[in-house]
Design a protein. Structure first.
Length: 163
C-alpha cells in the first residue's frame, strides 16, 4: 500500500517530458538550453533525459595544463549528476547566439553558438559552440551527442558562427 501511495505521489509531483521538445532538431536544442538554464536549484532531469537517444554522450573539450585539449565524455546521467551539483548552488543561464542546421533523412547536425551567464541580462562569463548530433527515432528527434568547446583568447569564435 505504501508503495502504491509513493508511486502516486511521484507521478503527481514529477515533471513530465514535453512531446513538442522532440518535434524538430531546433525544438530539441531549444529544450536542452531551457532545461540547463535557470536560477540555483534543481533542474528538470526527467525532461533532460527525454531529449536523448539511448547510448547518447555529452563531450566537453577541457584544456590541459600543457595547453592541449582533451575530451571528457559523459552520459546524460553523468552530466545531470556532475552539473546538477553545481546548478544546486549556482545560477546558470545558457542562450543561443546563432545556429546552423544540416539534416539528411534521419540525422541532423546543429552547430549552436552559445553564451553563458549567471543571471539573465548580465555580461556573459563564457561563450563557445555546442555541436549537436541528432537522430530521428520514429517521429521524435533525439540528441545522440553534444560536443562542445569554449572560446578562449587564443581561440575566438569565428565571425561566421556569430550570425
Amino acid at each position: 500500500m505504501r508503495t502504491a501511495a509513493l508511486f502516486c505521489l511521484l507521478a503527481v509531483t514529477m515533471p513530465l517530458a514535453r512531446p513538442a521538445d522532440n518535434d524538430s532538431p531546433e525544438s530539441v536544442v531549444k529544450a536542452v538550453y531551457e532545461v540547463i538554464s535557470g536560477p540555483a536549484g534543481t533542474r528538470d532531469w526527467v525532461r533532460f533525459r527525454s531529449l536523448f537517444a539511448g547510448g547518447a554522450r555529452l563531450i566537453t573539450m577541457r584544456a590541459r595544463t600543457d595547453g592541449t585539449a582533451a575530451a571528457a565524455v559523459m552520459t546524460p546521467d553523468d552530466y545531470s549528476t556532475r552539473a546538477g551539483a553545481n546548478f544546486q548552488k549556482t545560477a546558470f543561464y545558457e542562450s543561443e547566439l546563432a545556429r546552423r542546421v544540416e539534416a539528411f533523412g534521419n540525422i541532423a547536425h546543429v552547430f549552436s553558438t552559445y553564451e553563458s551567464r549567471r543571471a539573465p541580462g548580465e555580461k556573459p562569463f563564457a561563450r563557445g559552440i555546442n555541436s549537436f548530433q541528432l537522430v530521428k527515432e520514429g517521429a521524435a528527434w533525439k540528441v545522440m551527442t553534444i560536443l562542445w568547446d569554449s572560446e578562449t583568447a587564443s581561440q575566438p569564435i569565428p565571425q561566421k558562427y556569430l550570425k
